[in-house]
Write a protein that binds this ligand. Structure first.
Ligand code: TEU
Ligand code: CA
Length: 533
């Protein structure tokens, strides 16, 4: 049985914003906090009651904010602390919550701590990072190349799990733990209601044993951050690289006083080897992963994070849906499949209008440090065309192109005569908010109806799940029940078929095509939700 705290979180819907690409308010081509404030009603109208902001702290933006140079100040391009205070006020006045993106594993090498640490031994910051006279092992950076960088000033090598400008913090140093506790408390005191924690599993390492994550003191460090009375009310979601249920219980069991939930990436491309090569992923594999984790998290009274996109992932309708002639149908079908399940829903900006993956013709159009690293590696053996195909498939820029608000030049993201930091989406004229809202087939309005159905019925939040379809079926049928309320959700996959239900239902209250019954013939990507009599 879910704890009362976790049950409350299943009533949240969290809208993830990549601030750089959401809305520009001052015509410099870069999204900012005032731009987000101008869109809060759009987010609330959708039915989201919380916003997760990707990092907006001071940063040189080598990794677009995941390289923090000051955790207690706002990135110049995004605005000022006054703007952040206004955003927090704007959210809270609408009954909405703010979730910030904490990056505790590493800082930018521009950070004062690193600049002091590299001056040598004997100063208070000397051991804030991992320093070695010689490279101690063959660890590789997630962005390609060695994870060890020589610093001439210090005369030693430092560890960087990600880019060389993202130096790993040494959490075995109690001063680092204290600094990060201070960062959490600073933002909680300013009104932050929760955190998404970046690569949480990496903060404990065991270099002698060759463990670059899930080290021996991981849970001690997570509890040091969130196992304190002052922050016990927070919603916390860890970005963890684990599919091991025992491990997940240690992170998120309600009595553990660590995290509320984890992003489990089993159903996503990322975290798998070679994310730039298409896989056999399909609606069927998505369904089977979801069923597995619904069962596992339910057995262990864990809060499951329901997500299918984020700022690191190509859009799911372009991976396993139909982002061309059946874009509306597949976007709404996948949304129904996922967001009426048990857990806490996350929606990534653009998902609510069925935004497809972008396509760029030249490597010069890309920005993402990860895909650029892999491009240069692939170019050693592959042609330009083969490289661009892989990069277009797996680049994180797919999800980072400016939000498409209308079909004007620059999609209403910034002034028409400004130059957006990243090329507008190549299909923005066809897929944008204004066009979606004017359409009979509005993905936004479908999401709004779906989220309202979930919000109005506890059965969809923390009710029991029973799956009726089988692992080999080309459709997904499950029920949600709580007390005397029982609902059925039917989601057909790519081919037309007859789906007979073993119980009587009322007329569907949610459907992406006109239908009078929950049983019967379903068109490709047709879905429905109905009350069971
Ligand atoms: O990503 C964590 C991570 O493991 C990345 O390798 C991610 O899985 C990959 O980029 C997917 O293609 C987090 C953030 O989400 C990412 O944006 C940051 O670049 C990274 O940490 C470093 O902070
Ligand atoms: Ca701006």
């Amino acid at each position: 049985m879910l704890s009362e705290k976790y049950k409350d979180f299943t009533g949240w819907t969290i809208y993830q914003i990549y601030p750089r690409s959401f809305q520009d308010s001052n015509g410099d081509g870069i999204g900012d906090l005032q731009g987000i404030i101008s869109k809060l009603d759009y987010i609330k109208e959708l039915g989201a009651n919380a916003v997760w902001l990707c990092p907006c702290f001071k940063s040189p933006n080598d990794d677009n904010g995941y390289d923090v140079s000051d955790y207690r100040d706002i990135m110049d391009e995004f605005g000022t602390m006054d703007d952040m205070d206004a955003l927090i006020k704007g959210l809270h006045s609408r009954g909405m919550k703010l979730i910030l993106d904490l990056v505790p594993n590493h800082t930018s090498t521009d950070h004062r701590w690193f600049q002091e640490s590299r001056k040598g031994r004997g100063n208070p910051y000397s051991d804030y990072y991992y320093w070695f006279d010689e490279i101690p092992n063959d660890w590789q950076s997630a962005f390609g190349g060695s994870a060890w960088q020589y610093d001439a000033l210090r005369g030693q090598y430092y560890l960087h799990t990600f880019a060389a400008s993202q130096a790993d913090l040494n959490w075995d140093n109690p001063a680092v733990v204290k600094e990060m506790q201070g960062v959490v408390d600073f933002w909680v005191d300013k009104g932050c209601d929760g955190f998404r924690i970046d690569v949480i599993d990496c903060i404990s390492k065991n270099i002698e044993m060759g463990e670059n994550s899930h080290g021996p003191r991981l849970h001690e460090y997570i509890r040091a951050l969130f196992g304190r009375e002052k922050v016990s009310h927070l919603f916390t979601v860890g970005e963890g690289n684990t599919n091991d249920i025992e491990d997940i219980v240690l992170h998120c069991g309600s009595e553990r006083n660590e995290l509320s939930t984890l992003f489990i990436f089993d159903h996503m491309e990322c975290g798998r080897s070679d994310k730039f090569t298409p896989k056999e992923d399909s609606l069927k594999t998505l369904r089977n992963h979801l069923v597995y984790w619904q069962t596992e998290t339910d057995k262990n009274d864990l809060l499951y994070s329901l997500f299918i996109e984020n700022h690191d992932q190509p859009q799911i309708i372009s991976r396993i849906g139909n982002d061309k002639e059946l874009r509306y149908e597949s976007a709404t079908d996948i949304a129904t499949m996922v967001y009426l399940l048990k857990g806490v829903p996350f929606i990534y900006q653009g998902q609510e209008i069925g935004m497809p993956a972008a396509h760029y013709d030249s490597i010069d159009d890309f920005d993402d440090v990860e895909c650029l690293g892999y491009y240069h590696k692939y170019r050693e053996t592959l042609s330009e065309e083969e490289c661009l195909r892989k990069i277009n498939f797996g680049s994180r820029d797919n999800a980072r192109h400016p939000m498409a608000w209308d079909d004007s030049r620059n999609s209403g993201f910034t002034d028409e005569n400004a130059t957006p930091w990243l090329l507008p989406h190549n299909r923005a004229a066809e897929v944008n908010v204004a066009k979606d809202l004017a359409s009979e087939k509005s993905v936004y309005r479908f999401y709004k109806d779906l989220l309202k159905l979930r919000k109005d019925n506890k059965a969809f939040q923390y009710g029991d799940v029973e799956v009726f379809s089988k692992a080999e079926d080309d459709f997904f049928v499950y029920t949600r029940s709580h007390g005397d309320s029982k609902w059925v959700v039917v989601c057909n996959f790519e081919t037309q078929q007859n789906i007979e239900l073993p119980f009587e239902c009322e007329m569907p209250v949610l459907a992406n095509m006109n239908r009078a019954t929950a049983s019967g013939c379903y068109a490709p990507y047709e879905c429905a939700a109905a009350k069971v009599k």
